[in-house]
Design a protein around this ligand. Structure first.
Ligand code: C5P
Length: 282
């Protein structure tokens, strides 16, 4: 017996850091949305918890999905396990919350497969123990996130936008980017509030997108600057880095132009995907 759950990539349209907290995390305001690009998480009943993955280096107990299953098992005293098989499509350590989303999909799917009957709220508190982005990935859709990312105000689906994601072949540690952030990168969180209104009233090319981590990642990985430059040259507007990077994205007026852009990026040896917020065009 088993089921397959889609694990959608998350995109930060804004990522504002208000300051550093006593617990070491940073206080955020971020407008996040789920993208159609997704991993697939297959869950089957098994005596023990185990993780297989299309990228073999991500298999095993170190995977966040394994920890998600273990946490749900412990919280509900469920007497059994699961074989978790993850088909990866979201770039690893790419700034798109792939690992967080696989963990969230594991929580949602196992709560059904194991018939453990936890409420959305109870699953949300397990998600927050797994990582700052996991509660959003569990809820999905569009939300204004605050706290360390786990306090969510749900928003309506975004108007259709065609998005090109370009991922250069580097992996970025989120913790190292946050630790290199200095107070001059802090903001007041108002850009996220503004976008939460403007996104429903103005064309996407005019949306005020911002990412406080972008200058930090750019300093450490100049290649990310080249990716942003390519997106601008291809006519995307606006363009921005995803989360802590290194993936970058841009909005295109048509899917055809975005697909052309994807071909150009791939010619440079970078991965590229044309996608859209869930409920958008694709
Ligand atoms: O919560 P998660 O484990 O995904 O976060 C990874 C790292 O990113 C944390 O260890 C922390 O260094 C940094 N972080 C932060 N403030 C946040 C979210 C993440 O400083 N709100």
């Amino acid at each position: 017996m088993g089921l397959t759950v889609p694990a959608y990539a998350k995109l930060n349209l804004t990522l504002e850091v208000l300051g550093k907290r006593p617990d070491g995390y940073h206080e955020l305001h971020s407008l996040m949305c789920s993208l159609a690009l997704h991993d697939s998480v297959r869950l089957e009943l098994a005596p023990e918890i185990a993780v297989r993955c299309s990228l073999p280096e991500l298999a095993g107990p170190g995977n966040l999905a394994h920890r998600a299953a273990f946490l749900l098992q412990a919280a509900t005293n469920y007497q059994g396990g699961t074989m978790i098989s993850i088909e990866k499509r979201i770039p690893v350590a790419g700034g798109l919350g792939g690992g967080s989303s696989d963990a969230a999909a594991t929580l949602t799917g196992l709560n059904r497969l194991w018939d453990t009957g936890l409420s959305g709220e109870a699953l949300g508190s397990l998600a927050a123990q797994l990582g700052s982005d996991v509660p959003f990935c569990l809820a999905g859709g569009v939300a204004l996130a605050s706290g360390r990312g786990e306090i969510l105000r749900p928003l309506p689906p975004l108007p259709p936008v065609t998005i090109l994601l370009v991922h250069p072949p580097i992996q970025v540690s989120t913790a190292s980017i946050y630790s290199a952030l200095t107070p001059d990168g802090y903001g007041d969180g108002m850009a996220s509030e503004r976008l939460a209104t403007l996104a429903y009233a103005t064309p996407p090319e005019e949306w005020p997108l911002v990412n406080a981590l972008q200058p930090v990642t750019l300093r450490a990985y100049p290649l990310v600057g080249k990716v942003l430059e390519l997106l601008r040259d291809l006519g995307a507007a606006p363009v921005l880095m995803c989360g802590s990077g290194p993936t970058c994205f841009g909005f295109f007026e048509t899917t055809e132009r975005a697909k052309e852009g994807a071909r150009t990026a791939r010619d440079r040896g970078w991965e590229a995907w044309v996608t859209a917020p869930i409920g958008g065009q694709l």
